[in-house]
Design a protein around this ligand. Sequence first.
Ligand SMILES: [Zn+2]
Ligand SMILES: [Zn+2]
Length: 411
Amino acid sequence: MNTIAQRNTSLAMTGLFSALVIAFCLAGIMQQDVHAATVKDNMPSGRQATAIVNGQYPASYFPNTELLGAAEMRITALGTGMPNQTKAAVSISYLVELGNGDKFLFDLGMGSMGNLFSLRPDFSKLDKVFASHLHIDHVGDFMGLHIGGWLSGRYTPIHIYGPTGSKPELGTKAFVEGMQKAYAWDLATRSGALPDKGAQIVVHEFDYKQENEIVYQQDGVTIRSWPAIHALDGSVSFGLEWKGLKYVFGGDTYPNKWYIKYATNADVASHEAFLPPKALAAYFGWDLGQAMWVSTRIHTEPQAFGKVMSAVKPRMAVGYHSVQSPENNAAIMDGVRKTYDGPLTLARDLMVINVTRETMKVRMATVDEYVLPPDVTEAYKKAPRSDEKHTSEYISSGKWKGYTPPPMPKK
Ligand SMILES: [Zn+2]
Ligand SMILES: [Zn+2]
């Protein structure tokens, strides 16, 4: 070894030693912050998750690069738009991830699955959907998650928690049974080829009239529901409480007394901030009367949202349910600010809020359009599957003799 090489080696050793010392110090600082569960998540290869130290978050959120703290919540708006969705604003959905590894979906409106996939989540853990009501812009992608998640790592049943309706046929149970009937062919082709248990949908239907009653309680997480006022009976809001943090998901609602009562003291209170009547009329080509009815009687227009938040006083008010246009955004902000001057975020698709007792960080997620979900786990690969399905003799006899498929690999 020549002198220069020796010196380089010794510099490298000093560098390595310093790096180790820094790493140990950081490990000491981070220890209280790092939670165990994200580490246990099935992380996609090519990404290294690190802990956030002293509340110093990177400016952008790159999915799967940050460990949640032991008492930290991450809320991601997957969809914030309308039933006539656009690329920039798909229908309503929120993902809540906790430092204990739990993940919860609040609504799953159509189009939101694309944004969910773009985060490369561990699909084996995405097995709980809380439906505020059964409008397509809130549950349209439920079957998309059932099948798409089952194809991407979920090998256990999916659970949907949703309200009853004023008649049995208007409730969540009837919705799921109807979906299973509508997709009978799809489900029949996949069951057997995919893990058997992943085929199951478990419906937890609860009374839409219940007031702040428990819908879900496990591992220190409590989710309650209360009624909302929207179009027909059978719309609700949810409150999730964990480790002294509270997230409220409003669903769709006219300003109501239950939200004011039960969303109070929320860390993050989300509630629709619908297009004001004039903007809505132009958007749908409606006359002002119809737009006024929908915006101020079925939904909550921006000034009403502001009044609700002035009463609730959350650490962060989150408004959603609009389309992205400079004019509309300005109209919504103008309206809200006439009646509310507290902390405010008008949610956009893929907006991320990190919440701890001390910090509240709002950022945008930076995702790649072509990103793939993480590899499935060994447990998924080993989960029992029945035999694959085959076409009838009649259909099979139509196979073209001009092609012979390659031999099947030995088991
Ligand atoms: Zn609705
Ligand atoms: Zn809606």
